[in-house]
Design a protein around this ligand. Structure first.
Ligand code: GAR
Length: 198
């Protein structure tokens, strides 16, 4: 019987959400172990965070492939080679495609810096500020074929302050987002281990 769920985490940047998962998974009781970290961009801080902890990394830039279909197939094959029980998109700024969802649909989760269904896409905090909302936050959801449209697992709210800019709002969101991600990835992993995942 496995005692931890194998996680592959996909990133595109700083990797502070990844870092929170790395720290949480150091506790065997957490229920999940990060077996690989993948990025669509080379030279990002998140890859260094993984390497510092001895976690295997891979980089698959979309520009290295003929088209998104080929990239999606390569991503699917690479992620499959690590035999994950759960895939976590943590600041991964690309859409996974049909090949990927054919294999990992239902066990891929994504975290997004807005209260979905408001402000999906690449600029959640910027779009929330532009709209003038007074509350924002982060959403963890199951990835489907849409843009940030999958079933919501958890949300956390934070206030938008009058003097916020995109960076200050995003940073406030990320503090709460990391805690939510760690909490819920652990819960999902322990459900999988207990055989009670839906
Ligand atoms: C996070 O806020 C995550 O929700 C966001 O990128 C940030 C990554 O931060 N993702 C998206 O906007 C996806 N649409 P990190 O690299 O420090 O974890």
């Amino acid at each position: 019987m496995p005692t931890t769920v194998r996680l592959v985490v996909l990133i595109s940047g700083a990797g502070t959400n990844l870092q929170a998962l790395i720290e949480a998974s150091a506790d065997p009781a957490y229920g999940a172990t990060i077996v690989a970290v993948g990025s669509d961009r080379p030279d990002v801080e998140g890859l260094v965070r993984a390497q510092l902890h001895g976690i295997e990394t891979f980089v698959l830039p979309t520009a290295d492939f003929e088209d998104r279909v080929d990239w999606d197939i390569a991503l699917t094959e690479t992620v499959s080679s690590f035999e994950p029980g759960l895939v976590v998109l943590a600041g991964f700024m690309k859409l996974t495609g049909p090949a990927f969802l054919g294999v990992f649909g239902g066990r891929t989760v994504n975290t997004h810096p807005s209260l979905l269904p408001s402000f999906p896409g690449l600029h959640g905090p910027r779009d929330a500020l532009a709209y003038g909302v007074k509350v924002s936050g982060a959403t963890l959801f199951v990835v489907d074929e849409g843009v940030d449209t999958g079933p919501i697992i958890a949300q956390v709210a934070v206030p938008v302050l009058d003097d916020d800019d995109e960076a200050t709002l995003h940073e406030r969101i990320k503090v709460s987002e990391r805690a939510m991600l760690v909490d819920w990835v652990g819960r999902l992993a322990r459900k999988i281990l207990a055989g009670t995942a839906e």
